[in-house]
Design a protein around this ligand. Structure first.
Ligand code: ARG
Length: 590
């Protein structure tokens, strides 16, 4: 079903009026009013047209307004000095719009006319290193970006892009050899099958890595050995490869569990290791076509551009010892993605401190034809999550906060609050605390513009009041409970019709609900989940005002009551769709 947005419908009306009054319809730009106390929408086109027509703006505004008096769309259209047009939407125009919207499966959101194939590269955990809060942002933002693009009808592929090929693997192998030198993996003469069972558990693995990492910093010979082990792994020594597989199996199982708890779901569990096989041909191509040259023994591609104000160093392809680097892997991953998925766009959700790396990679990929000229390469860099002291988030003891611990802390806080409310039994409270806790974390993160640093404030994020995830969920739960009571009292909530608003609070809620498809379009175009948070906060506020000012279930006029219920049902659907796009969900009670 083709549903226009409210803004589109209003703009059509305005264009008609401008044209009929003898003015170019391009001036008929409508926007949300910045004086919501006076009107809901406004048009400043007469101001812009004044110059072209050498007329006072108010005269143009008067001409246009005169043509709008017949329109079904507006209850009030008035010209005010010096030439603004204030618009109040007609009540039945809004209710009709909402009734159309509620019949549409996607609540009025149109699919992209030409759906794209989009790869979202997010998560990016490093295998065998514990997940920490830095990885949390990528997972949360990336998941939302993926869901929003998908809702707009694109083919979206989420790829975790594991860091599974680096020095940390060499460290683990070295430490393992030190502890258990008798294992067959280290025996050069071993020809049999390696054991299926890994020689370590996830718990041990998590202990091995930091131990080895710290030891290597103090002991040069150990570090040399770890570098050598990394080299041997990358060059395919069977024993090293076999240990790598064990590390992968165990870590990936653990990561899957962790991401599942976060309601984050990847289509692809690929990583840096998968890109390696594309490197030799890529390097060959870069040399053959003359893009790459030697610089101090290293193979590089220049990416500096004339307009650059700062130096952009060359893209590093191979170190002088022939080893591949971070740049190489990301370029080879693009080769792989081109070959396997042929994407129109690749979006990277990574810490903004890596921006330069991506500038280099993107330029190199475009310049050398690794991706097509028209392929969109987008870096969505996010800021740092800080503690209340304004410094990167740490544990109370000052160590790096592990993701699991952070989540546990939030869930415990939520559990306490939910038990205080005493609306649910202990078992349910545990599950509810997890749901609400996740909303607290995700909303706390997503409500900030991604590129900005933000302060992770447990007290504020877990509050049931204010601009928080729990407040949004509380609002949804409140609506659910009203709808349930309506049904319990014998009402039927299917096939109800939204009526014309009977109060300013109801109208405000209706107008807010009606913005949904407009909002989704701009959130998608701007890759800006924080705007979706801002919208649901406004919508939740509009509902709560209406709720406090209106007797809903006690309304005696049955038709009017049914109209309220229909509006609440749609509001709930909009809120639930939005939080699903943000990557969390609401419980039945809380
Ligand atoms: N593993 C990297 C890190 O922890 C992030 C990977 C980002 N994605 C990419 N394609 N480079 O810093």
């Amino acid at each position: 079903m083709k549903v226009k947005t409210l803004l589109e419908l209003i703009t059509i009306e305005m264009k008609k009026a401008f044209k009929e009054a003898g003015y170019e319809e391009t001036y008929a730009k409508v926007s949300l009013s910045n004086r919501p106390d006076l009107c809901e929408y406004q048009c400043n086109g007469a101001m812009a047209a004044a110059k072209a027509y050498k007329k006072a703006p108010i005269m143009i505004a008067n001409d246009v307004v005169a043509r709008l008096q017949e329109s079904d769309c507006f209850e009030v259209a008035e010209a005010v000095m010096p030439g603004f047009i204030n618009l109040k939407i007609n009540l039945s125009f809004v209710s009709q719009f909402l009734n159309t919207m509620s019949k549409d499966e996607k609540l009025g959101v149109e699919k992209e006319a030409e759906p794209k194939t989009i790869v979202v590269d997010y998560g990016g955990p490093n295998v065998a290193k514990p997940l920490h809060v830095g990885h949390l942002r990528s997972a949360i933002i990336g998941e939302s970006v993926k869901r929003i693009a998908r809702y707009k009808g694109n083919k979206v592929i989420g790829d975790i892009h594991l860091g599974d090929w680096g020095y940390q693997m060499g460290l683990i192998i070295t430490e393992l050899k030190k502890r258990q030198p008798e294992l067959p993996y280290f025996d050069d003469d071993f020809t049999g099958e390696y054991p299926e069972e890994a020689p370590f558990t996830i718990g041990e693995l998590e202990e091995i890595y930091p131990t080895a990492s710290a030891y290597a910093k103090e002991h040069d010979d150990y570090r040399e050995e770890a570098l050598q082990a990394t080299f041997l792994l990358q060059n395919g020594r069977p024993g090293h490869r076999a240990i790598w597989k064990h590390i992968m199996n165990i870590s990936v199982a653990d990561l899957k569990k962790n991401y599942k708890n976060l309601n984050v779901d990847f289509d692809l569990w690929k990583g840096e290791a998968d890109a390696q096989k594309y490197i030799p041909d890529m390097v060959e191509m870069l040399k053959e076509k003359g893009f790459a040259h030697l610089d101090d023994g290293a193979l590089v591609v220049d990416v500096q551009e004339e307009t650059d104000k700062k130096e952009v160093p060359p893209c590093m392809i191979l170190k002088s010892d022939g080893a591949a680097l971070y740049d190489t892997t990301d370029l080879a991953t693009l080769v792989e993605r081109e070959e396997l998925y042929n994407p129109d766009e690749v979006i990277y959700v990574v810490d903004k401190r890596q921006e330069l790396h991506f500038v280099q990679v993107f330029r190199c990929a475009k310049k050398t034809g690794i991706v097509k000229e028209e392929t969109g390469l987008k870096f969505l860099g996010f800021g740092t999550m800080n503690g209340k002291d304004g410094k990167p988030f740490k544990t109370r003891e000052g160590g790096v906060m592990r993701l699991e611990n952070l989540i546990r802390e939030i869930n415990e806080e939520m559990y306490k609050k939910i038990m205080e409310n005493r609306t649910v039994a202990e078992e349910e409270a545990k599950r509810t605390a997890q749901m609400v806790g996740l909303a607290a974390i995700k909303y706390g993160d997503l409500s900030n513009q991604a590129s900005k640093d933000y302060i992770f404030d447990v007290d504020r994020f877990t509050s049931f009041e204010g601009n928080t995830g729990p407040y949004i969920l509380y609002t949804i739960v409140r609506i659910k409970s009203i709808l349930n009571k309506y049904v319990e009292n014998g009402g039927n909530i299917d096939a109800l019709t939204i009526q014309d608003a009977s109060s300013e609070y109801e109208k405000a809620l209706m107008l807010e609900t009606a913005k949904f498809n407009d909002v989704i379009n701009s959130v998608y175009q701007e890759t800006a989940p924080h705007k979706l948070c801002a919208y649901i906060y406004d919508l939740a506020n509009a509902f709560n005002k209406f709720y406090h000012e209106t007797k809903i279930l006690a309304e005696e006029n049955e038709a009017r009551k049914a109209g309220y219920i229909a509006l609440l049902k749609l509001t709930k659907e909009v809120l639930e769709t939005c939080i699903d796009l943000l990557g969390f969900e609401a419980p039945e009670r809380m």
